[in-house]
Design a protein around this ligand. Structure first.
Ligand code: GDP
Ligand code: ZN
Length: 443
């Protein structure tokens, strides 16, 4: 890979009190010397110094910190220049770095170098990238731990366990007179079962906490006129200041973003379908189903003032089928009751005025999803790797019973590889380019 010197503005683009320009590579130190006209920088010391452009004009008074390789984020020589915030100063310093021989870094290139130089593994790199964009305080806490390597430790422990099982069976093969004794086969199976359960738990916890990472998605479903839009407006009014429209809102579904407690949620209202013709009703149910599938939490609304009808029943059957977390609302309780159904409602509401009970329920669900499971898979890449590990463990069972030990070992070795790929994939440039390319600039 290239070892040229890269540079980027590491802080957010815009007005702030300071900005940081980061350099990494062989020329980082000499570029710092050129810009500052200083002879030397002691590693890890903050040096207050002026920096100048190529025409010797003063740009700003800055603080420069030099991190000597390999003790830096990337493992190369790194220089950080802290200057006054705002667009112009940082851009001028960036330009001077380019004039002095650096080139502009690609997205994620600092992290990529850190990875190739063994400073971080992929799970840590992914945690860094997501920490920057964390959608809740809880997510940020988990990610901060993973930046420090908690996922790596978990992966290594699983990997060690599989290798242990492999060694156990291989030693037994060497010593066994004929076939493996029955009780040994049972022991190995029990160990594999336990491992599978552990991975399954991690997988489930990760999936149910996806909302914690990406922001919870809430679907509001119910037949026309039950009060879905009123409810949505109530939620939005609850926290008007941080409501934002989300691009891609269509005529058929309305999607809004609200902050509730420490969580950011996206609400989808399956709005608008009022006509009673069969065709359109079907579309309505279809759309409700899609909204349910795409959500983390389903809020269903029923109208207390009308008798239960066919459409309500279809929605109830959707609700009974889904595994998603639910809040079931009996709405319009200010009106005379006509709704006749034996159904467990979580809240009764008059959505014309108060949505506080709904907010409370939503918060409770979101807090609960922050289970005590410490380890969390944070990307599709990681989830796929764990699924592949589990498939290979599954495929090791039959050969074990049939005493086909080579096939058994093969699958366990594949399981080890799949697990290890979370932190250190076997060379796969395309995947790495794609992953690091999705990082922010300057990371
Ligand atoms: P949607 O079609 O499910 O989105 O329902 P809307 O929110 O558009 O509401 C349909 C009608 O019911 C409107 O006239 C609302 O003012 C009314 N409505 C909504 N919630 C309540 C409620 O709790 N009580 C009463 N009395 N009317 C309500
Ligand atoms: Zn509506």
């Amino acid at each position: 890979m290239d070892n040229d010197t890269i540079v980027a503005i590491a802080t957010a683009n815009g007005i702030g009190s300071i900005a940081i320009i980061r350099l990494s590579g062989e020329k980082a130190l000499s570029i710092a010397k050129t810009l500052s006209k200083k002879d030397n920088f002691s590693p890890r010391y903050a040096t207050l110094t002026n920096v100048y452009d190529k025409n010797n004009e003063l740009i700003d008074e800055t603080i420069i910190i030099y991190f000597k390789n390999p003790h830096s984020f990337t493992g190369e020589d790194v220089v950080e220049i802290q200057c006054h915030g705002g667009y112009i100063v940082a851009q001028s310093i960036l330009q001077s770095c380019l004039d002095a021989g650096a080139r502009v870094a690609n997205a994620g290139e600092f992290s990529k170098r850190a990875f190739f130089n063994g400073r971080i593994d992929l799970s840590e790199a992914e945690a860094i990238s997501q920490l920057i964009e964390a959608k809740s305080e809880d997510a940020a806490k988990i990610l901060a731990k993973q930046v420090k390597g908690s996922l790596k430790e978990f992966i290594e422990s699983v990997r060690d366990e599989i290798i242990h099982i492999l060694a156990y069976s291989e030693v037994s093969i060497d010593y066994a007179e004929e076939d493996l004794p029955e009780d040994l086969v049972e022991q190995i199976k029990a160990k594999l079962e336990a491992l599978k359960k552990q991975l399954e738990r991690t997988l489930q916890a990760s999936k149910s906490r996806a909302g914690l990472m990406q922001g919870f998605r809430v679907a509001i479903v119910g037949k026309p006129n039950v009060g879905k839009s009123s409810l949505l407006n109530g939620l939005l009014n609850y926290n008007r200041a941080i409501v934002s429209d989300i691009a891609g809102t269509t005529r058929d579904t309305i999607e809004e973003q609200v902050k509730i407690g420490t969580h950011l949620i996206r609400i989808v209202d399956t709005a608008g379908i009022r006509d009673a013709s069969d065709e359109i009703e079907k579309i309505g149910i279809q759309r409700s189903l899609e909204a349910i599938e795409q959500s983390d939490i389903v809020v269903s609304v029923f109208d207390n003032s009308r008798e239960l009808d066919e459409e309500d029943k279809q929605i109830i059957s959707l609700l009974e089928e889904t595994q998603k977390q639910q809040i079931r609302i009996k709405n319009k309780i200010d009106l005379e009751t006509k709704l006749n159904v034996a159904f467990d409602f979580d809240i009764e509401l008059n959505s014309k005025d108060d949505v506080t009970p709904l907010i409370k329920k939503l918060e409770a669900i979101m807090d609960r999803s922050n289970s005590s499971e410490e380890i969390m898979l944070i990307s599709q890449r990681q989830i796929s790797a764990v699924e592949e590990t589990m498939e290979n463990i599954d495929e090791a069972f039959y050969p074990l019973e049939d005493q086909e030990l080579e096939i058994f070992s093969f699958h366990l070795n594949e399981a080890v590889k799949a697990m290890a790929s979370i932190t250190r994939p076997f060379e796969n440039d395309e995947m790495l380019d794609k992953m690091f390319g999705s990082f922010c600039l300057g990371k």
